[in-house]
Design a protein around this ligand. Structure first.
Ligand SMILES: NC(=O)c1ccc[n+]([C@@H]2O[C@H](COP(=O)([O-])OP(=O)(O)OC[C@H]3O[C@@H](n4cnc5c(N)ncnc54)[C@H](O)[C@@H]3O)[C@@H](O)[C@H]2O)c1
Length: 251
């Protein structure tokens, strides 16, 4: 990746203030793009944008709020002098609770952030991408869409649904030169995994460690730059966790 590969391109990264989203922001700026760090975490988001320099700016965005989405796209268009080329739908929450004890509010909120937040982002960004003659959208699924853990019903449902959303969006937007793909991260070393037992969680995996956010961001960069014949796909960055299920069963 040359540092100029995305020069002149503008991106929005949701949930960009920390974790995998922050790595996406760093990778995009590193490749020459201008980036809107969009998040509900103002302090962390503003600090990251300041650290990234003049090609980054923070926008307060709750992905469930469609008015805030319109404002966020305006921020991106100002930053990008009229163009928006890349949307990384990354924001996600995870509220582990046994299914029978889960409140309807928890169910609704997780689906609203993780799934409807992606839908809102696609609807907000696509008109500008169409005007620009094309673009790239990267959604965020999860290893849990393939290996569902207990206590994560709305999270798993949202991540499985993102695969379907990605495929339909790819079908409908291909005619406008917009590619739509999804990342499928495995267990990644971010605040979302804080408190997890890394050794136990990764014991049956071919690669016995959590992934780093930068390793997920590398796949995102591949999708938005080199993957010109890839759309509607789900790309795993999971340390072989899916293969690890077979390994554990064979044991
Ligand atoms: N960490 C993992 O092991 C892992 C594995 C698979 C998939 N993922 C997915 O990767 C994405 C990033 O996860 P992470 O591990 O970096 O988590 P994280 O909790 O460290 O970061 C999530 C970010 O999303 C932001 N966010 C939460 N609600 C929001 C909202 N309503 N609007 C805007 N921003 C909001 C948070 O403020 C935070 O900055 C999520 O979609 C997650 O489901 C993570």
């Amino acid at each position: 990746m040359t540092s100029a590969e995305l020069e002149g391109k503008t991106a929005i990264v949701t949930g960009g203030a920390r974790g995998i989203g922050a790595a996406h922001c760093r990778a995009l700026v590193g490749a020459g793009a201008s980036v809107v760090v969009a998040d509900v975490l103002r302090e962390e988001g503003e600090a990251l944008a300041a650290d990234l320099g003049e090609r980054a700016t923070f926008a307060f965005l709750d992905v469930t709020d469609r008015e805030q989405w319109a404002q966020c796209v305006d921020v991106a268009l100002r930053l990008g002098r009229g163009s928006l080329d890349i949307l990384v739908n990354n924001a996600g929450i995870n509220q582990p609770t046994p299914l029978v004890d889960m409140s309807p509010e928890t169910w609704d909120r997780v689906l609203a952030v993780n799934l409807t937040g992606h839908f809102n982002g696609i609807q907000a960004a696509v008109p500008a991408m169409r005007r620009a003659g094309g673009g790239s959208i990267v959604n965020t699924a999860s290893i849990t869409a393939v290996i569902p853990p207990s206590q994560l019903a709305p999270y798993v449902a949202s991540k499985m649904a993102i695969v379907g959303l990605t495929q339909v969006a790819a079908l409908e937007l291909g005619a406008y030169g917009i590619r739509v793909n999804a990342l499928q991260p495995g267990y990644t070393d971010t605040p979302m995994m804080a408190g997890g037992d890394e050794a136990a969680i990764t014991a049956a995996m071919p690669i016995h460690r959590y992934g780093q956010p930068e390793e997920v961001a590398d796949m995102m960069l591949y999708l938005v730059t080199r993957a010109t014949y890839t759309t509607g796909s789900v790309l795993a960055v999971d340390g072989g966790a899916v293969a690890g299920v077979g390994y554990a069963v064979a044991d």
